[in-house]
Design a protein around this ligand. Structure first.
Ligand SMILES: [Fe+2]
Ligand SMILES: [Fe+2]
Length: 278
């Protein structure tokens, strides 16, 4: 059986029937060893889109959360109501209160539900900052070392680990991604790539002992990149032999279009309904 990745939640829709777009991300993964859900969107589209796209959320073996932002975790209660008790893998810092701020106003963008509520609905949190095997051939990256000089954090993102009146820049240490072994090599699924897409790729390659990836899908955060980061990322895509790039969410439409122009057939839009079968 091929490994199949289906985008369930994303900002845009590429499927004609009964699905909805929302700012967020979720990806359903089917292998011959099991079914998995990586992120849950904000909570508007996950159930409807899963039904329309044939994703059996009631049968997932595990749920993974890429980081503690509302647009990746907000749909978790809906998933738990359908699935019942299930392991939910994440970094230990996902529940830190966090905000988007322009210096004058701020908006809460952390997880909109309390941990206890999610646990009452059946979430069995499995926290780890280390690389973790969540199923056969599926590895969560754990915390990603920030090594490149061209991938910098977003100054609008702040965290309040010590209380709402004490804010600091949010390094989003909890940003983790998923590497899946397939017949054609590794497929990397990104949530929002706050750690930097190239940092994540190089971390996965170093830990797996490989020198190339088959595909990368998900949120690249390139929508916030300057030209230097954009070009360095394209160079890495070539250097690591990436044959398919399916971008979503925080890539932004302008940079998605630029990537399409540069990569041609290797590129696809990772919108709701997009499927990568390997
Ligand atoms: Fe995020
Ligand atoms: Fe996001």
């Amino acid at each position: 059986m091929p490994t199949r990745f289906t985008i369930l939640c994303e900002n845009t829709v590429g499927h004609p029937f009964r699905v909805i777009g929302e700012h967020g991300f979720a990806c359903y993964i089917e292998t011959d060893r099991g079914r998995y859900l990586f992120d849950t969107g904000q909570g508007f589209g996950i159930l409807q889109n899963a039904m329309a796209l044939g994703a059996d959320l009631a049968a997932v073996d595990a749920v993974m959360l890429s980081h503690g932002h509302y647009d990746h975790v907000g749909g978790l209660p809906d998933v738990l109501r359908v699935r019942g008790p299930v392991d939910v893998h994440a970094h230990p810092e996902i529940f830190i209160p966090r905000y988007w701020s322009d210096g004058r106003t701020r908006r809460f963008i952390g997880i909109p539900h309390r941990r206890e509520y999610l646990e009452a609905l059946g979430a069995r949190f499995r926290f780890s900052a280390e690389m973790t095997e969540v199923g056969p051939g599926l590895h969560l990256t754990g915390e990603v070392p920030r090594r490149t000089d061209f991938e910098r954090g977003d100054p609008h993102l702040i965290a309040c680990p010590a209380g709402a009146d004490q804010s600091e820049p949010d390094p989003i240490r909890d940003d983790i991604s998923l590497a899946v072994e397939t017949d054609r090599g590794l497929v990397l699924v990104l949530g929002c790539a706050h750690s930097g897409m190239v940092n994540i790729i190089e971390h996965v390659l170093a830990r797996s002992g490989r020198d190339r990836l088959h595909a990368v899908i998900g949120g690249t955060h390139l929508g916030f990149a300057d030209d230097a980061q954009f070009e360095a990322t394209i160079a890495a895509i070539d250097r690591y032999g990436i044959e398919r790039l399916g971008v979503s969410h925080c890539t932004g439409q302008a940079n998605a279009a630029r990537l399409h122009a540069r990569l041609g057939d290797r590129f696809f839009f990772g919108c709701v309904g997009a499927v990568l079968e390997v």
